[in-house]
Each structure stands twice: as C-alpha cells, then as structure tokens.
Design a protein around this ligand. Structure first.
Ligand SMILES: Nc1ncnc2c1ncn2[C@@H]1O[C@H](COP(=O)(O)OP(=O)(O)OP(=O)(O)O)[C@@H](O)[C@H]1O
Length: 228
C-alpha cells in the first residue's frame, strides 16, 4: 500500500446548497483499500460521494482525491477528475438505445480515445474482467439487473481508475446477485484499486467484512463491526 492516500478529507464540511449535511469529516483511503459507507436514509452518504466526484462543491475543509484538490476544483477540471475514478450507481445508468459495447465505446470516445483497435481491445478487456465477454452485442434491456451492473462496473474500469466510488451498487439486486457483484468488486480492489461503497445492506458487510465509515448525526466516524 502506498503512503499517499488516494482520497483524503480533513475537517471537511459537506453541503447540499446552504444545508450543512456533514461536518468535520476526516477520511483517508489508500490504494487497494475497500471501505463501506453506511448510515440511515438522509444521513449524507450520497452527498459525501457527490462531493468526492465533483457534483457538489467542497466549501470548507481540505479534500484531495486522485491528485485533485477538491477545494479549487473548477467545472472544467471535473471531466479530468472523473477519468481517474470509476463511478457506479444503484440504477446502472446505461444508455438504453445502444448495445453494451457501444455503451463502453461512447465513454471511451467521450474521454478522448481515438484508436479504433485500442478501443476494441479495451472494451473486450473490461467485459472479460466482469464476466460479460460474450454479451457485448446485447442491448441493456436484454440483460438481468446483475448483468447490467456488471456492464456498469466494466464502464467504471475503462480508464483504469485508481478509485471506484459506488453508491449502493447492489441496491436493486437480489441477495444472490448482490453477492456476485461483491465478489467482483472485491477482486477489483485486490488488484490495487480503492473502493468506497455506500450501502444499506448489513448482511453484505457481515459476509464481506471491510473497514466501515458511518454517517450519523451530521458526522462520519469509523464503525466497529460488532456495533453495526
Ligand atoms: N438535491 C438536494 N437539495 C437539497 N437537499 C438535499 C438534496 N439531496 C439530498 N438533500 C438532503 O441532504 C441530506 C443528505 O441526503 P443524502 O442523499 O446525502 O443521504 P443518503 O445517506 O445518501 O440517503 P439515502 O440512503 O436515502 O440515499 C438529507 O437531509 C437530504 O434531504
């Protein structure tokens, strides 16, 4: 594990417009670490993740992520920040009007890839990683929820991110499929990527124990497994 955190917040405040959601947030995540983010509905998990991917501004405190200073982040910097991280959502957010491969091609083109052969090779590589190598020709609606989430994870891997932010990635999946997705995410973190995953699913946390941050009463603290 490298000594420089891939994500660091110090005395950070998380706001939704004027509304203070979390204060005095201190978090460090290093390469290859898998960390859960838990807390009740409305406790601030999504707001924290949104601040980390530049969807909400960091108004006070210190924030560094994937080599970017969140405090001085400008709109024009956001695409560059997002290229260094993968983001996975509960509802997959695939483009419904094109195939799996074309979903991935769209992201590669949007992030500056030009060489057709390299793009094809990259698409095959990420689909292989998530066990979807034979399904590139399918439309999203022809896939199960678990398969759609695998494609969304493949999409998150396209630019070899050092960090993956996942906002309830198993929220729409049945328990068996959720476990399959967890095994996939675990493999990805074992290959050196850091993962911060918001979840409500305590059974997954018990089955796949990792460091856990909890949002509660406007603060974020390290939770002890036995107290979850
Ligand atoms: N777009 C918004 N504008 C203003 N306030 C918001 C907005 N989105 C969320 N909030 C408020 O911010 C607080 C934190 O919400 P957030 O969505 O971060 O919680 P969460 O822990 O992710 O909840 P859930 O588990 O339901 O997704 C809540 O009080 C919520 O009402």
């Amino acid at each position: 594990m490298s000594n420089t955190p891939i994500l660091q917040l110090q005395e950070a405040s998380i706001f939704q417009r004027e509304h203070l959601v979390l204060s005095d947030v201190n978090v460090e995540i290093y390469h290859g670490q898998f960390v859960y983010l838990i807390g009740q509905t409305g406790s601030g998990k999504s707001s924290l993740l949104k601040t980390l991917y530049g969807d909400l501004p960091l108004k006070s405190g210190v924030g560094n992520i994937c080599g970017h200073d969140l405090k001085s982040l400008k709109d024009k910097d956001i695409p560059f920040l997002r290229r260094k991280m993968g983001i996975v959502f509960q509802d997959f957010q695939l483009l419904t009007d094109r195939t799996v491969s074309d979903n991935l091609l769209f992201v590669l083109k949007a992030t500056g890839w030009k060489d057709k052969k390299k793009m094809e090779a990259k698409i095959n590589e990420v689909l292989e990683k998530v066990g979807m190598a034979t399904k590139g020709f399918k439309m999203p609606y022809q896939l199960s929820g678990g398969e759609q989430q695998r494609v969304a994870i493949a999409r998150a891997l396209l630019n070899d991110p050092e960090l993956i932010l996942a906002d309830e990635p198993t929220g729409n999946l049945d328990p068996g499929t959720s476990e399959e997705i967890m095994i996939l995410l675990k493999q990805i973190s074992e290959n050196g990527r850091a993962i911060l995953m918001a979840t409500h699913d305590y059974s997954l946390i018990l089955k796949f124990p990792n460091q856990t941050l909890k949002c509660e009463d406007g603060k974020v603290f390290m939770a002890v497994q036995s107290s979850l």
